[in-house]
Design a protein around this ligand. Sequence first.
Ligand code: ADP
Length: 429
Amino acid sequence: MLLGAIADDFTGATDLCSMLVRGGMRTVQLIGVPEPELPTPDADAVVVALKSRTAPTAQAVEESLAALRWLQAAGARQFFFKYCSTFDSTDQGNIGPVADALIAALGCGFALACPAFPTNARTVYQGHLFVGGSLLNESGMEHHPLTPMTDANLVRVLSRQTEGTVGLVAFAAVDRGANAIRDAMTQLKERGRRYAIVDAITDAHLAAIGEAAANHALITGGSGVAMALPENFRRAGLLSRTTDPGVLPPIEGACAVIAGSCSRTTLAQLGYARSHLPTFELDALATPDAAALSEAALAWAADKIGHKPVVIAASAPPDKVAALQSRLGRDQAGALIENAVAKIAEGLLVRGVRKFVVAGGETSGAVVRRLGVRSMRIGTEIDPGVPWTFAEAGKTATGGSGPGLMLALKSGNFGASDFFLKAFRVLEA
Ligand code: ADP
């Protein structure tokens, strides 16, 4: 194993896996902290997917350190902490506290932080994160149900979350290439900075940043900055040029979409899907009960499964999310929905669904756990950052042994407007 990564949510983990597969690394995603006795997968990169983005900070730190220890024992040469390209976090963390703990455990003293992903319109300039043409705090992310992002200045955002200090490698250095970036990072480290937010506007910038960090024990960021890592390993003679890392076994079975993301992108994708596919929307305000919501959805789906893909959505616009949150509290509202969609996923599995598209990071975490998935092999990309994956048989929460599954875990903000149709079209091709 060359690269050992820890991702703070499930869609983020598959996004990173997809990037590494594109670079020619055979990649496996493990769900949750691996059991100590789990055999090391036959892969160049292993990405441990945690659900730590919004977990209590102490738990996020503890799980991340446990994942690090497993990856170290499995022989990884370099480590990556993957978080969202929109830097999803609160003033309490968990990006800063987890990165602090990983830096301390590795004894490296310093790490770069770069969430940029230009392919998906996330860029960082003068330390400010943009989503398309908008600053992060004007991009819709200020309404995120769990991690509202109200400040686009990442030096400030990360400073509030860490005991260390944060510097900036600004565009002028980044644009001069890998050597200039390496020099700027060395200077920041020598001046006692624990982190460098690194500007990046293009893939060429990401490639240069990755090259500059070839010898870093730890890299933190979005999947974009991992773009150059396969080439680093190849240059060092550690990775062959010939692997075809993305071929998955074919699977029979019905198709479903489960959506819990409330991002603008997902709401638009649902709008498009509604006119092409049978769609059911959970009304959590009218029925704030997970069991009743899932029963209603499954009863609706019963005679539709197996014909066209069925779409079941909890997703709602900001005013409806706010209404549910003011009634139940933010965490309770999220937990209610996540519990409901997890039950729905399990019910769909029992009824023959084997190909799932899940929209939303937290939502994917809830679904994947309930389906008992422990490990996923990464295949073809549907849209940037969202691959189909093959999940080995897992044990479902109800105790039965689960069948093999195809899963596409979509970060809320990712994918084109026809994503939910395209995902299944890609499988037929
Ligand atoms: P994203 O990838 O867009 O961040 P997530 O699934 O990570 O999506 O987060 C969305 C959160 O919003 C989840 O915790 C989900 O349970 C919650 N949620 C979904 N629908 C609603 C709703 N109608 N009201 C309140 N919260 C909701």
